[in-house]
Design a protein around this ligand. Structure first.
Ligand code: GLN
Length: 536
């Protein structure tokens, strides 16, 4: 039977619960334990798939095709363990399940209530990640202690904690110990109060993890232990890290958090194997080179919108001892100003995924610039569709070539709706989602980078390359280097006569890890490095 860890947050949001949960999972995994992660989100949307990136940031896609919270990306990057659709539940999903049961008559005439029906459904969701093949399940509860909407989730974990019994479950509370500049002091009161809120609903945290800007003094530790009713040794500091979120697990490990978790859960495990991780940290601390890459997108002002892309670029940088500097370029600006001035001096250009027409012409202008000036280019999903449109217009001379997504009546819809999408009317969860296989062409850059004839990548799209134009593209020098096994879908394209011009219909960024960068990102950063030393 799996042991369960529940992670709650207090005082403010954005404390880094996801990173903390991921770090704990990473430490336990590297001690040989089988770990699973889960995030409970208290909003009413069934999933974030229909939410704007401004609201929610990136939508992270799992292998089994769930559209989920971006914290799942942290879990996978830190542990290398794939999440599933059970790794993310929202209030919307829980209520949807309960209301469907009620309509079916499953409750046999009972009055359906938050307690026990909603809380039972939540408990079932939590237990679904704690199967026989799991040693420790880590569940992060979204929101902040005191929020009305997260109460049913907290109540469900309170019940489960007692049902599982001492030594089988653990509450870790992540809180804030702010530095008040005017007083020149760090204050423990907010942390005392957020722990107090949990106690008032029957939850006594076992471990308190304190986010802070400066080191806490022994006095702070003692005070927090006393007022929060927690052992002194179970008060842990999580000070802002200097360089990278990937330093967090090592900081926590130094304070013995992994040992403490094992002790509280009555478990034993081998010492942590952290040498690969430490090597990666030392590389990120001492880069030998630097490249500047442009991301031409609609949400560049919002770091969370392209989270996995930024991470994947960093990972490639770690492996190449290279600091990757990002120049965020607003796609619409490349429509008004010329690409050459906005992109002057960059060593690589990346066009990410997206939806809708806004900014498209700017992305296409940026791609023309990358193609003509032989600047390394990586296109992801919509980025690939734009690259195909650019090629169709400017190399094949197909005037007004476009995508059916924005111009359904155009003459040259070189990007068209997938056959299976034609009957779709509902927006949520209906795209081509999750991992699909892709066969790589023998003499291609993609094949050389992946070092495999066949790969699996995750998808999230409705449109694809229109097969009518394939022969024309190939004749003009585009290599369709990745195809679905039945040959029907173009998954990767590249240009023969270019140092690095590669685009994929998939989202490879979701599979990159800090100690195992994704081959396409690594290839891109490597090409950027060569471009920097000898611009073509
Ligand atoms: N809007 C495009 C489609 O649906 C691309 C999607 C994406 O970039 N994720 O096909």
């Amino acid at each position: 039977m799996a042991k369960h860890i529940f992670i709650t947050g207090g005082v403010v949001s954005s404390l880094g619960k996801g990173i903390t949960a991921a770090s704990i999972g990473m430490l336990l995994k590297n001690r040989g334990l089988r770990v699973r992660h889960q995030k409970l989100d208290p909003y009413i949307n069934v999933d974030p798939g229909t939410m704007s990136p401004f609201q929610h940031g990136e939508v992270y896609v799992t292998n089994d095709g769930a559209e989920t919270d971006l914290d799942l990306g942290h879990y996978e990057r830190f542990t290398g363990i794939a999440c599933t659709r059970h790794s993310n539940y929202t209030t919307g999903q829980i209520y949807h399940a309960v209301i469907s049961k009620e309509r079916r008559g499953d409750y046999l005439g009972a009055t359906v209530q938050v307690i026990p029906h909603i809380t039972n459904e939540i408990k079932q969701a939590i237990l679904s990640v704690g199967g026989d093949d799991v040693d420790v399940a880590i569940t992060e509860i979204g929101g902040t202690a005191g929020d009305i909407e997260s109460l049913p989730f907290l109540e469900a974990t309170r019940q489960l904690y007692h049902e599982l019994g001492r030594g089988n479950a653990l509450f870790i509370h992540l809180t804030l110990v702010p530095y008040i500049r005017a007083a020149g002091e760090m204050k423990t009161k907010p942390a005392q109060q957020s722990t107090g809120i949990l106690r008032s609903i029957g939850i006594q945290p076992d471990i308190l993890v304190c986010r802070c800007e400066h080191h806490m003094s022994e006095e702070h530790f003692k005070k927090l232990a006393l007022f929060c009713n927690i052992e002194r040794r179970a008060v842990i500091e999580e000070k802002d890290v200097a360089l990278s979120i990937y330093e967090v697990p090592l900081e926590l490990q130094q304070q013995g958090l992994d040992e403490l978790v094992l002790e509280f859960l009555n478990m034993r495990a081998k010492p942590p194997a952290l040498s690969a991780w430490k090597k990666m940290i030392s590389s990120l601390r001492h880069p030998a080179h630097e490249v500047e890459l442009a991301i031409v997108g609609k949400y560049i002002q919002l770091r969370d919108a392209y989270k996995s892309i930024y991470e994947a670029l960093d990972h490639a940088g770690f492996a190449l001892q290279t600091r990757v500097k990002i120049r965020g370029v607003q796609a619409e600006d490349v429509e008004k100003k010329d690409a050459a001035s906005l992109l002057a001096g960059v060593h690589g250009i990346l066009v990410p995924g997206g939806f809708g027409y806004r900014g498209i012409e700017g992305k296409i202008n940026a791609i023309t610039h990358a193609r003509e000036r032989r600047i390394p280019f990586l296109g992801l999903c919509l980025g690939m569709q734009c690259a195909v449109i650019e090629f169709a217009r400017h190399v094949c001379g197909l005037k007004g070539a476009t995508s059916e997504e924005w111009h359904p009546k155009a003459e040259h819809k070189v990007i068209a709706l997938m056959a299976g999408q034609k009957s779709v009317t509902e927006m949520g969860g209906t795209m081509r989602l999750g991992a699909y296989p892709c066969v790589l062409a023998a003499a291609s850059q993609a094949r050389a980078l992946y070092r495999a004839p066949r790969v699996d990548e995750r998808h999230r799209h409705r449109y694809e390359v229109n097969n009518t134009y394939r022969a024309e593209f190939e004749r003009r020098g585009m290599l369709l280097s990745g195809l679905s096994p039945d040959g029907q879908l173009v998954e990767i394209i590249e240009l023969r006569d270019h140092p690095y011009f590669l685009a994929t219909q998939a989202h490879p960024e979701f599979q990159s890890q800090p100690t195992k960068p994704h081959p396409l990102f690594r290839g891109f950063v490597k090409a950027a490095l060569s471009h920097r030393s000898s611009p073509t």
